[in-house]
Ligand binder design. Structure first.
Ligand SMILES: Cc1ncc(COP(=O)(O)O)c(C=O)c1O
Length: 356
């Protein structure tokens, strides 16, 4: 049987060993002992999951004592509102826009309080990272989207500015070594590189907690989650269990340095295939092309739906571009193997031979 390679942008593929392990964890044993998602989140069995999950997360992010790691729900979209509610109550938030998700984050901040645009690459259809303009004197933070999942634009490093950084790292979380400790705040949904939908990781520098206004609903106050070790209410325990298995897999693979090299090689191979042919096109500036999500067009747009359908027929689902942009998008998250990219490149060559 042909091996299926899942190029979905999210929810995305899980590593094979993680899927196998989940099968073992949730297979019904003959004595019907409760599994990890059938016990209290305050009991000993689940506490061990929480402890190991946080230990591995902090170590992989190379965080020290300055940051708290929170395990929340609601996805990045809830953080779009939650971040300004907590950090921009009496200050102005600044947003660096490199695509769809940054715009969504800005729109929510505008609903909550004062927000300004510090740079915007809409003028070049989000194919570059804009210069950072003037930041307000009462700037609460500069928000940026580490990797714009739809447009395929990625910051190599966090922007260098003199204000706290707030980063949406949803689609590049734990995909390479990254200076997490330089950030004031970061957030990411788990459904791309950390398992399944439901869990949202938030990293926040302790000193920023002092800026949170009094009077927020308790649920929306980050301090509630720091004080309760992320167990203020019932967590999405299945997503925690999966995340722990993913982190073990990352450690077993050799950590973020190894994962990062593998991801860079996968992306290079695909961009080479695109750039080496007039049949395919990616318009993002080479210096900020995403290693995680590679959107591209065919010279003849009418062939794109055929490309997606034929790729799926030969075992490569998930290649349809986001509806906002059209075209093709290959998502190359941690769980996607180098062999998957090789198969895609072979398919592209063959498709061009037949239709070019
Ligand atoms: C960069 C980025 N930000 C935010 C989101 C929205 O995430 P969620 O569905 O977890 O709210 C996504 C989803 O794909 C994303 O890629």
């Amino acid at each position: 049987m042909r091996r299926v390679h899942n190029f979905s942008a999210g929810p995305a593929a899980l590593p094979d060993p993680v899927r196998d392990r989940l099968g073992e964890l949730f297979a019904v044993p003959s004595d019907r002992r409760p599994s990890l998602v059938e016990v209290s989140h305050r009991g000993r069995q689940f506490a061990a999951v929480a402890e190991e999950l946080l230990e591995r997360l902090k170590r992989l992010m190379a965080l020290g004592q300055d940051h708290a790691v929170l395990l929340l729900q609601g996805g990045a979209n809830l953080q779009f509102a939650w971040v300004p509610m907590n950090l921009a109550a009496n200050r102005t938030a600044a947003y660096l826009i490199t695509g769809h998700w940054g715009r969504r984050a800005l729109a929510e901040a505008e609903r909550v309080g004062r927000a300004v645009v510090a740079g915007d690459s809409a003028v070049c259809d989000y194919t570059a990272i804009p210069e950072i303009g003037h930041l307000p004197t009462d700037c609460a933070y500069l928000h940026y989207t580490g990797n714009e999942t739809i447009h395929g634009v990625q910051f190599d490093l966090p922007p260098a500015v003199g204000v706290p950084l707030a980063a949406d790292l949803s689609s590049e979380f734990l995909s390479r070594p990254y200076p997490y400790r330089d950030l004031g705040l970061a957030y990411a949904g788990a459904q791309k590189n950390l398992g399944v939908a439901g869990l949202t990781v938030v990293v926040i520098r302790h000193d920023l907690l002092k800026r949170i206004p009094e009077g927020l609903p308790k649920y929306f106050d980050y301090r509630t989650w720091v004080a309760s070790d992320s167990l203020y209410n019932t967590p999405c325990s299945f997503a925690w269990v999966v995340a722990l298995e993913v982190l073990r897999w990352i450690d077993d693979a050799g950590g973020l340095a190894v994962i990062g090299e593998r991801n860079a090689a996968k992306a290079d191979a695909l961009y080479q295939a695109i750039d080496g042919s007039d049949f395919y096109h990616n318009g993002v500036e080479p210096g900020c092309r995403s290693q995680m999500n590679v959107p591209f067009r065919l010279a003849n747009h009418e062939l794109e739906s055929r490309f997606v359908a034929e790729a799926e027929q030969v075992g490569m689902p998930g290649l349809k571009g986001h509806r906002a942009l059209g075209g093709i998008r290959a998502s190359l998250y941690n769980a996607l193997s180098s062999e998957a990219v090789e198969s895609l490149v072979e398919f592209m060559v063959e498709f061009e031979r037949r239709y070019g």
